[in-house]
Design a binder for this molecule. Sequence first.
Ligand code: FAD
Length: 373
Amino acid sequence: MKIIVIGSGIVGASTAYHLARKGAEVIIIDKQHEGQATAAGAGIVCPWISRVDDPDFYTLAKGGACYYPKLVSQLKVDGESNLGYGLVGALAVSTDEDELNVIEQKVRERQSETPEVGEVSRLSAEEARQLFPPLREDLQAVHVTGAARVDGRLLRDALKRGAEKHGAQSYTGVASLEIKNEKVVGAYVNNEFISADFVVIAAGAWAPELLGPLGIDTPVEPQRGQIVHLHLPDQDTSKWPVILPQSSHYLVSFEDSRVVVGATRETGSGFDYRVTAAGLKDVLYEALHVAPGLSEGTLQEVRIGFRPIGKDILPYLGQIPTVKGIVIANGLGASGLTMGPYVGSLAAKLAMGEELEIDITAYNPLRNCLKVN
Ligand code: FAD
């Protein structure tokens, strides 16, 4: 079975890795567009504290978080262990006890069904600062030990290398699809035609350009996120927990004395790949408001990524009835680093004609399409 995977952000890289391990002949085509979401993502893997209540969303988010340990061990067997993945835990922080009570109750409900949530406890402001020293002095916390963080770039590259070790071939360039008699027969890249039995489209926010010529007016659009990397010289940040204030902002720490703070959510941004004055101000204001101890950090880098967002909160995953041989995996929005590796494993099963362990009806890729010819 010869399968082309278009896009090698987290979704495509994971799909390719799983396909190659199953013995498929895999071709990866990726343009490496500026603003690839995976290259900018913060890397929080914590569906346990999410305020999104949709059960179909939670199925993929929980599935994603629970899948990580298995994937990490598989990659290790393939000689890939530098992923920036760590089960560092998370602190939901607030000054409002009632707010923390609601969070604690929700997390405990999830814990009763899913042991991967880990331990749940309440911390005083002082206890919280022992785990994350830059934190403001009046913030108490709900501590959840089963939260993780991952470096999206490292994981993406490890999955791609892993796929290549199992025989996958990689091309750099823009892919376009070739359809004959309502079936995909391959793709063009750099004027070369590559035949295939199946194509998985994991093209993130750029998917509409690819699917438009098939008469599919896909409703995915880019949502810009600006995110700041701070360096804290001589600080061991490797075990600091993820900090989740009661807003869309957050703080995530990595091994190399680095704290990542973000991010803007700029719906309607288009592919405008720029750091803006307002974006940078918002991100730094929110971060220093929650963790004033970061104010002496060195501003190391600002990353920009385009989250692929659909018309609703649910991803798009599945085949399309109008053209045979295509699987779409897209629209993972703000949770793609959590769900992406798992969604990639499901996309690989779909392409290979294997049975899935979950019902994917709710993720029908054509459910919000404005037009399907
Ligand atoms: P992408 O990573 O965007 O990859 C798509 C790839 O397809 C690109 O490389 C592109 O070049 C390629 N492509 C497109 N069209 C073509 C074509 N025609 N031919 C060849 N190649 C093509 N998620 C979390 O779970 N936790 C977080 O903490 C988190 N934080 C985030 C913070 C920011 C600032 C951003 C921007 C995102 C964050 N996310 C987070 C979301 C997550 O990063 C995305 O949902 C996820 O990376 C999307 O992956 P993807 O593979 O679908 O798309």
